[in-house]
Design a protein around this ligand. Structure first.
Ligand SMILES: Nc1ncnc2c1ncn2[C@@H]1O[C@H](COP(=O)(O)OP(=O)(O)O)[C@@H](O)[C@H]1O
Ligand SMILES: [Mg+2]
Length: 365
C-alpha cells in the first residue's frame, strides 16, 4: 500500500498544499514546531483512528477556521483509490472512492498504517486500557468485523452494569442476569480468542525486532493476561465456559460493587524486558525500544494478514537511536512506504519533504 498524493486545507498549521511522496522512505524535515508531526498525524487519520496525540477533532482545524479537509490518493491491491476526510463541528466524515461515509468505523481497513511517536510510550507507562486499545486497534485494521463485536460487548456490559446497580433494590431482577451473562460470554469469548491469538504473533514478531534493536542482548516478552483464565489455544466454547463460571463466582461481589469485575474489559497485556515488567523496571530507552518493536511487529502482522504492507509513520524516532540502530530500522523498512520526521536531512531516503512554518518549502530528492 502506498500514498500517491496528499492534500490538506486548514489542517492545524499546515498551509494548503498537495504533496507527492515517493513509494519508499520519505523524510519530513524541519526545525521544531514547524508542522512535521502535524503531517504524520494527518496521515494517521486516514486509517479511521483518532489523533494519536489524544486531540479532539475540533483541535485539528486551523485556529480561527471552522472546518478542514484532507485528502489522499493511494494505491492498494493494485487499485488507485481516494479518501477524503472532512472535519467539521468536532466530527469527522469521509468520502471513500466518491462514496460518502458518515462514520470513521466505515473506513477502517481501507487505508492501513502503523504509527509510532513518543506519545506511544504511554502504551507501557499508562494503565491496561491503553494496551487493550493497542491490540483492539490492530485487530480492527485486520478484521473490520472485530469492531462490531467490540461495540456489542460494550453495549452488553453497560446493560449488565445498570442491572447490577438495580438488583440490591429489586432482588427479583437477579434471575435476569443469566441472559446478560450468556450474551456477554458469547462476545467476550470471540474477542478473547482473537486477542490471545494476536498476542502470540505479537510476542514472536516483537521479540525478533527487539533483539535486532538491542543487539540481541535483551529479551522482550509479551503475555496476554486474561481476567477469567483464558489461554491461547482454548476454543471459543472453552473461553465462554471459563468466562461464565468466573462471572458466576463473582456475581455477589459484582452486585455489591455495581459493576462487572471480570471480562475482556479487565484484561491486560504484560510487557517484560529480561523477565521484569517494563513499566516498573525498564529504562526510558528500553521502553522506547519495546514500543518500537511492538509497532514494527504490528506492521509485520498486518502485512501478513492482509497480504499487503501498511504505510509506516515514524515521528521523532531517529534522533533517539544511534547510527547502527538507525541502520537496522531503515533496513527493516526497505520496500515499504515510510514517513519519518527528523530535524536533519542526512538520512538515506527517496524523498525529502522540507517544512517551515506549516509550508512545504521543498519536496523530492
Ligand atoms: N489547530 C491549529 N491551528 C494552527 N496551528 C496549530 C494548530 N495546532 C497546532 N498548531 C501549531 O502547529 C505547530 C506544531 O506543529 P508540530 O507538527 O507539532 O511541530 P513539529 O515540526 O515540531 O513536529 C505549533 O506551531 C502549533 O502552534
Ligand atoms: Mg513533532
Amino acid at each position: 500500500m502506498f500514498i500517491k498524493s496528499i492534500s490538506f486545507e486548514n489542517y492545524r498549521n499546515l498551509k494548503t498544499a498537495k504533496i507527492f511522496p515517493s513509494k519508499g522512505i520519505n523524510v519530513i524535515c524541519g526545525d521544531n514546531a514547524q508542522g512535521k508531526t502535524n503531517i504524520v498525524e494527518c496521515l494517521w487519520l486516514f486509517t479511521g483512528g483518532r489523533s494519536f496525540r489524544g486531540s479532539k477533532d475540533n483541535e485539528l482545524t486551523t485556529f480561527g477556521t471552522q472546518s478542514s479537509k484532507i485528502k489522499i490518493s493511494f494505491n492498494s491491491r493494485e487499485r488507485d483509490q481516494t479518501l477524503e476526510i472532512l472535519i467539521k463541528n468536532n466530527k469527522r466524515t469521509a468520502i471513500l472512492n466518491d462514496v460518502p461515509k458518515s462514520y470513521m468505523s466505515q473506513i477502517v481497513g481501507s487505508f492501513c498504517a502503523v504509527v509510532f511517536s513518543p506519545d506511544h510510550l504511554t502504551l507501557i507507562k499508562n494503565g491496561p486500557d491503553e494496551r487493550r486499545s493497542f491490540i483492539d486497534a490492530a485487530l480492527c485494521q485486520i478484521k473490520p468485523s472485530y469492531t462490531t463485536h467490540l461495540g456489542r460487548y460494550k453495549r452488553i456490559i453497560n446493560e449488565r452494569n445498570s442491572l447490577l446497580k438495580d438488583i440490591p433494590k429489586h432482588r427479583e431482577l437477579e434471575d435476569t442476569l443469566d441472559i446478560w451473562n450468556e450474551r456477554l460470554a458469547n462476545e467476550g469469548a470471540l474477542i478473547a480468542a482473537e486477542r490471545l491469538e494476536y498476542t502470540e504473533k505479537l510476542k514472536e514478531s516483537s521479540l525478533k525486532f527487539y533483539k535486532g534493536i538491542s543487539d540481541g542482548k535483551e529479551e522482550l516478552e509479551i503475555i496476554y493476561k486474561s481476567s477469567f483464565g483464558g489461554k491461547n489455544g482454548m476454543t471459543k466454547e472453552e473461553l465462554k465456559s471459563n468466562m461464565l463460571s468466573s462471572l458466576s463466582k463473582r456475581q455477589s461481589d459484582d452486585i455489591y460493587c455495581g459493576f462487572t469485575s471480570i471480562g475482556i474489559h479487565r484484561d491486560d497485556i504484560s510487557i517484560k524486558i529480561n523477565s521484569r515488567e517494563a513499566r516498573s523496571f525498564g529504562s526510558q530507552g528500553q521502553q522506547r525500544s519495546a514500543v518500537l518493536s511492538m509497532k514494527l511487529a504490528e506492521a509485520e502482522i498486518l502485512a501478513n494478514e492482509k497480504g499487503e504492507a501498511p504505510v509506516i509513520l515514524l515521528d521523532d524516532v531517529l534522533s533517539e537511536l544511534d547510527s547502527s540502530r538507525q541502520n537496522y530500522l531503515l533496513n527493516k523498512l526497505e520496500g515499504l512506504q515510510v514517513f519519518i520526521t527528523c530535524c536533519e536531512t542526512n538520512i538515506k531516503s527517496e524523498s525529502i519533504i522540507s517544512i517551515k512554518n506549516g509550508e512545504i518549502i521543498s519536496e523530492g530528492k
